[in-house]
Design a protein around this ligand. Structure first.
Ligand SMILES: NC(=O)c1ccc[n+]([C@@H]2O[C@H](COP(=O)([O-])OP(=O)(O)OC[C@H]3O[C@@H](n4cnc5c(N)ncnc54)[C@H](O)[C@@H]3O)[C@@H](O)[C@H]2O)c1
Length: 288
């Protein structure tokens, strides 16, 4: 039995004295206890380092996947960033390797998959976390900026996914998660970023349908205004304004995004594909 709701008190309506309810409770035996939700799985997390001190989304996802039993290839264009994540995982007795790759290049994507397969014998999970921000308005967005953001935020999804599919297919199933952003839905002032992140959602829907017959699930996470090294340059005043705008009243962290990544990669999400999980403390409920 797991401990994910340890100490909590719950009411489940309509759960008593029916055969169906009894059956559902018995199926708890199928659920894996905390710490084993990805046991035996081999995962790649792209952008698994953090651009600065602190906890980025990719780093948190890699650490949590390892905590849940996965072996994690921590891929980053800056190998030293991935090395830090690997050190954190190993300090907790998890298994991880750092790998240098720029996921805007096809050959690098193929090399990262070959590394995971060569080291551990296969691939089950691809977490496409890489993304860079652009805060330029329509008229300020240069062609160069547009191309750069499209390459890192959108083309990388295509190349990494294309590279991973044959390996996932060989395992008979797989989970791919692409990190988008609430900017895809509410992207004021972030022209290229919003367009690329919306592209990620279209990519996920299209690819989910194509890969479903192969038992490969493809989903997106749309993080809200979480506080990570990526946005630290916004400063403390903006940080507080962002927190106040959140209906739940608390600031989101990279761990919130990491847990969503674990969930979507796990068997608990085995019937979920082509979806976008918005993780934003309710922000998009209140913004136009
Ligand atoms: N922080 C937020 O508020 C927020 C909100 C919504 C979405 N997101 C999304 O979360 C994801 C990233 O989060 P993070 O906190 O891990 O970011 P981060 O900036 O800390 O980046 C993680 C790592 O990605 C690496 N990287 C960048 N380009 C790469 C490339 N081409 N190939 C390989 N590695 C590369 C960097 O070296 C860095 O170590 C992005 O997709 C971002 O758009 C963040």
């Amino acid at each position: 039995m797991g401990e994910r709701l340890a100490g909590k008190i719950a009411i489940v309506t309509g759960a008593s004295r029916t055969r169906r309810a009894e059956g559902m409770i018995r199926t708890q035996e199928d659920s894996t206890p905390m710490g084993e939700r990805l046991a035996g799985k081999i995962a790649i997390v792209t952008g698994a380092g953090s651009r600065g001190p602190g906890m980025g989304n990719g780093k948190a996802a890699a650490i949590l996947m390892a905590r849940e039993g996965a072996r994690v290839l921590c891929v980053d264009a800056q190998k030293s960033n991935a090395d830090e994540t690997v050190a954190s995982i190993r300090a907790e007795k998890g298994e991880a390797l750092a790998f240098a790759a720029d996921v805007t290049h096809k050959a690098d994507c193929e090399a990262m998959v070959a590394e995971a397969v060569g080291r551990w014998g296969g691939l089950d999970i691809l977490h496409n976390n890489v993304g860079i921000e652009s805060r330029q308005t329509l008229m300020d967005t240069t062609e160069h900026e547009w191309d750069r953001v499209m390459a890192v935020d959108l083309k990388s999804m295509l190349l990494a996914t294309q590279a991973a599919v044959p390996a996932l297919e060989r395992r008979g199933a797989g989970a791919i998660t692409c990190v988008s952003s609430v900017a895809a839905l509410r992207g004021a002032g972030r022209t290229a970023y919003a367009a690329a992140k919306a592209g990620v959602l279209g990519f996920v829907v299209s690819v989910a349908i194509q890969l479903a017959p192969k038992a490969i699930r493809v989903n997106a996470i749309a993080p809200g205004t979480v506080w990570t090294p990526m946005v630290e340059d916004l400063g403390p005043e903006m940080r507080e304004r962002r927190r106040q705008a959140i209906p739940l009243g608390v600031e989101g962290t990279a761990w919130d995004i990491g847990w969503a990544a674990v969930y979507l990669a796990s068997a608990e999400a085995r019937w979920i594909t082509g979806q976008t999980l918005v993780v934003d403390g309710g922000l998009t409920l209140t913004t136009r």
